[in-house]
Design a protein around this ligand. Structure first.
Ligand code: PFF
Ligand code: NA
Length: 442
């Protein structure tokens, strides 16, 4: 409990929370990470597993975070201290650590998107794959990358420092509708490209044999991606729901957030793969940087590609910003709640710390990949797993009661939800964690 009682802010409007949660969910996870995971993990087969995990694991797990946040009205550390006993009291720290690590490299990647927006507008993109690759290596690591990482973190600090209503809510109310409109527009454009047909075939007709043969890598990747894309396992949804009133229907809000996030990821595939296929670029090229290189080269090849590319990368930058503020809010809310530090001071200090932690990723792409793998396949799965065990197995009565506020009698749905958390969510996360650790150690 905090020693000093400062009145806690709440969202100004009903839609404000939805925008903020959608803004958090829709980010680099959809527009950068999702397509390269699809490419790396075998195309449509990955898509099928991913959609399955979103429904069976992501949805129940999101409600877990919503319930914990709204019940405690606290940041993740304070929330776990309130509902947990014994060692459970410290689980909140995993979320803070995850937030720090993820945002540190996420901001570096966001910096690349800013650079590639400017690149399109200034010089256009290089069509030659080898040249595009060489250019990426220069731009994506070293001093350039550090400066852009700093710039992006500065924007995050400004918004989060301004508070819930005047900062975060205002920002997402502008950004989220813009992202949706532009992404849909780009998909329509991509449908007119010559490679669209082949791309759809690759993206949309799953070869289930691929799943059977590669499940040890597809399963953790799909589970990790489902969590990452929905901003789960990072304490974001706990934090955002903590600013919420009791009259809200959490199940409905969760369904809306998941619907938008999944739609944007799916539609991004309809943009990225036609562009790659039209330019003759192999989507299976792995790695965090590859999608920048392949897309830039493809944009270099297309008529008016510089413009489409700038719009594309600019949108990705905005989506990254609306996500990054949510992750920063996890850590800032902790310091503001528990230590009564002024919000602006907290934002500046924490943002500065995250900037420093991101410097290695901005210097070396190999380190960035390692940070990403560690955070995505281990840290956030661990946080999500522990929370699911606590809420599903230990605090289920309290959780069902909290979920029912704003909905009414849940009937059998309350029980169904708890059992979904107890068995599928916990099992999938355990398997994903074990495979993720093995993969990491390889
Ligand atoms: N849901 C976000 C995404 O898909 O990009 C995940 C995320 C990552 C949120 C990093 C916030 C963040 F800072
Ligand atoms: Na997402």
């Amino acid at each position: 409990m905090s020693s000093v009682e400062i009145p806690r802010e709440t969202w100004a409007t009903r839609i404000g929370f939805i925008f903020a949660a959608v803004g958090s969910a829709v980010g680099l996870g959809n527009i950068w990470r999702f397509p390269f995971q699809v490419g790396q993990e075998g195309g449509a087969a990955f898509l099928v597993m991913y959609l399955l995990f979103i429904l069976a694991v992501g949805f129940p797990a999101m409600l877990v975070e919503f319930v914990v946040g709204r019940y405690t009205e606290r940041n993740p550390v304070g929330a776990l201290r309130e509902i947990g006993s014994g060692a459970w009291r410290y689980v909140g720290w995993i979320f803070i650590a995850t937030g720090f690590v993820i945002l540190s490299y996420y901001s570096v990647v966001a910096g690349w998107t800013i650079r590639y927006t400017v690149l399109g507008l200034q010089d256009g993109y290089l069509a030659d794959a080898a040249e595009a690759e060489a250019q990426f290596v220069t731009l994506a690591s070293g001093l350039d990358a550090i400066v852009l990482h700093a710039l992006f973190m500065a924007a995050v600090i400004l918004i989060v420092g301004a508070g819930i209503k005047r900062g975060i809510e205002l920002a997402v109310t502008v950004m989220v509708p813009a992202i949706i409109v532009i992404v849909v527009g780009l998909a329509v454009y991509a449908a007119t490209l010559e490679g669209a047909g082949d791309a759809y075939a690759y993206y949309l007709s799953p070869d289930l044999g691929v799943i059977a043969a590669n499940w040890t890598s597809i399963l953790p990747a799909a589970a990790g991606q489902a969590f990452f894309t929905l901003s789960l396992g990072m304490g974001v949804m706990i934090t955002y729901a903590s600013y919420l009133g009791e009259d809200r229907n959490l199940a409905e809000d969760g369904a809306i957030v998941i619907g938008f996030d999944t739609a944007i990821a799916f539609v991004t595939g309809l943009i990225v793969f036609p562009i790659l296929f039209t330019a003759g670029v192999d989507p299976a090229d792995p790695g965090a940087g590859a999608i920048f290189v392949s897309l830039a080269a493809a944009f270099g090849d297309l008529t008016l590609g510089w413009l489409v590319g700038a719009v594309f990368f600019g949108t990705v930058a905005i989506a990254a910003l609306s996500s990054a503020i949510s992750l920063m809010e996890v850590v800032v809310s902790y310091v503001v709640d528990e230590h009564a530090v002024d919000r602006r001071v907290a934002a500046l200090a924490i943002g500065g710390g995250i900037f420093v932690l991101g410097i290695p990723s901005a210097y070396d792409l190999v380190l960035l990949d390692l940070f990403d793998l560690f955070a995505d396949q281990i840290l956030l799965v661990l946080g999500g797993l522990l929370l699911a065990i606590l809420v599903g197995w230990i605090l289920s009565d309290l959780a069902v009661e909290e979920l029912s506020l704003g909905i009414g009698d849940l009937g059998g749905y309350g029980t169904a939800w708890i059992w979904a958390v107890r068995i599928p969510v916990v099992l999938v996360l355990i398997v994903a964690l074990v495979l993720g650790v093995l993969d990491y150690l390889e």
